[in-house]
Design a protein around this ligand. Structure first.
Ligand SMILES: Cc1cc2nc3c(=O)[nH]c(=O)nc-3n(C[C@H](O)[C@H](O)[C@H](O)COP(=O)(O)OP(=O)(O)OC[C@H]3O[C@@H](n4cnc5c(N)ncnc54)[C@H](O)[C@@H]3O)c2cc1C
Length: 431
């Protein structure tokens, strides 16, 4: 890692990698990540990525997204995301992503809760890994991009505008100020601050906390999605997701008497509420999910990772129901960004799950997140290229204040928790 770059990208998920791929090859780019590059939620995405199914699908895709988001979505962002869905998924294919295909070679499409038709591209039940691993390979081929793993952003360098970051190299234990003309935050979600989450624990909303610290606007910070179906386990650790497409393909939710109790294809927040109500009524710690209504062959080809993980936990999905329970899953709120990824601080961009451009409103529609991350990461990179000017890098940074990293991250967590609570309290007052 050097001290000067043209652009710094914080994050190696789909958002960070796609931004790197769309910056000019003449720019010197640093991409950092807290752990290894493949430790990101992007790798965990199971269900798939939405793609507009021709012009006749536009209204329905738009309405499904708005309905799931309770109409609190930003219409301009939703429209841009849908309109660019064919372009970015075509690009993924050109990079080598292998989406499932029908016998005639056309792209296969599946369905998840909240969607009124099939429009989700997938690769078995590990679409995120297929996409992100491919993007990572393409980025590694770029001579202008350096990837620094085990490198943690502790803060941004701000003097009315963003001039870079303060970064800790976990291997050498050295903290450095790293300057750049533009900084792109692509730091993912906030699941790491919750006890039960499907997210990697390292994803603790650092970008959002740093934005709060510097007075950069954030939006909908209390809009946190709980996924209705994660595998119930007495063991600790990350909650294993049972993708919504399992219900999309026909799986049933059952109560303690193995009776259906809700429409499984409603948006996530509604199914979560129904499950919690049922658990309270039954006095149980979970409900059951029955995958047996799905044809055996479909289970084998579409959901091999789920079958394997359930077997590891002692469940044979072909013969019995599996216990499922809701857990924290996604962050709809985040750093306010416009449709070009710009935040309220000059030279600072935010893309992917860490930002809030209003696409998801109050609740994300399944399989819109990978798409949103890609579309707006590309837009941000193109906007940086178009508006590029050099920054004044004369600001001095006092690195002594960054010696105690545990204290820094404890403060960030507290800051985030307080902001979420305040936003929740305000919402309660309004209603
Ligand atoms: C189990 C699971 C299943 C999902 N399934 C789907 C699905 O089927 N379809 C869909 O559309 N979405 C799905 N999602 C959501 C989707 O995967 C994520 O929202 C999306 O991948 C986020 O991408 P991202 O690039 O913004 O962040 P991430 O992929 O999470 O990457 C974050 C990056 O930021 C880095 N970082 C964070 N903080 C710092 C710091 N302080 N310093 C340095 N680096 C930092 C991390 O190291 C990491 O590299 C799923 C999510 C989960 C958890």
């Amino acid at each position: 890692m050097n001290r000067n770059y043209d652009v710094i990208i914080v994050g190696t998920g789909v958002a960070g990698l796609f931004a790197a791929l769309h910056l000019p090859r003449t720019k010197k780019v640093l991409v950092i990540c807290k752990d290894k590059p493949d430790i990101s939620d992007s790798y965990l995405a199971q269900g798939g990525i939405c793609r507009l199914q021709g012009e006749s699908d536009f209204e329905s895709f738009y309405d499904d997204t708005m309905r799931a988001g309770h109409g609190e979505n930003n219409p301009a962002s939703v429209e841009r995301m849908i309109r660019q869905s064919e372009e970015v998924t075509d690009e993924l294919i050109s990079y080598g992503v292998d989406f499932a295909r029908n016998k005639d070679g056309s792209l296969a499409v599946t369905r998840e809760g909240g969607h009124s038709r099939n429009r989700i591209l997938y690769h078995e039940d590990c679409t995120g890994k297929e996409i992100t691993a491919c993007l990572l390979e393409r980025v590694k081929e770029l001579k202008n991009v350096e990837i620094a793993e085990q490198t943690v952003m502790l803060d941004i360098i701000a003097d009315k505008e963003c001039l870079g970051i303060v970064a800790l190299d976990k291997k050498s234990k050295k903290t450095e100020s790293v300057f750049a003309d533009y900084t792109v935050l692509a730091c993912g979600g906030i699941g790491g601050i919750f006890e039960k989450s499907t997210n990697f624990p390292i994803l603790t909303g650092d970008g959002v906390a740093i934005a709060l610290k510097h007075g950069v606007a954030v939006d909908s910070i209390n809009y946190i999605q709980i996924h209705p179906t994660t595998l119930y386990s007495e063991k600790g650790g990350r909650s294993f997701l049972i993708s919504e497409s399992v219900r999309g393909e026909g799986a049933h939710l059952l109560d303690k008497n193995f009776k259906r109790f809700c429409d499984e294809l409603q948006p996530r927040d509604k199914v979560t509420a129904e499950i919690r109500k049922q658990m309270q009524k039954d006095g149980t710690k979970h409900v059951w999910l029955d995958m047996r209504p799905i044809p055996k062959d479909e289970i084998k080809t579409h959901f091999p990772a789920i079958v394997k993980r359930c077997a590891e936990e002692g469940y044979d999905v072909f013969k019995e129901c599996i216990p499922v329970v809701p857990a924290q899953h996604y962050f709809m709120g985040g750093i306010r960004s416009d449709t070009d990824g710009k935040t309220t601080m000059p030279r600072l961009y935010a893309v992917g799950e860490t930002c809030c451009n209003g696409v998801h409103g109050a609740n994300r529609l399944a399989s819109n997140s990978l798409l949103e991350s890609l579309v707006f990461a590309k837009r941000a990179a193109l906007n940086i290229s178009e508006e590029y000017t050099a920054a004044n890098r004369t600001v001095k940074v006092n690195l002594q204040g960054f010696a105690d990293t545990d204290k820094i991250f404890t403060e960030y967590k507290l800051m985030l928790q307080n902001a979420i609570k305040e936003a929740d309290d305000e919402r309660l007052k309004r209603n």
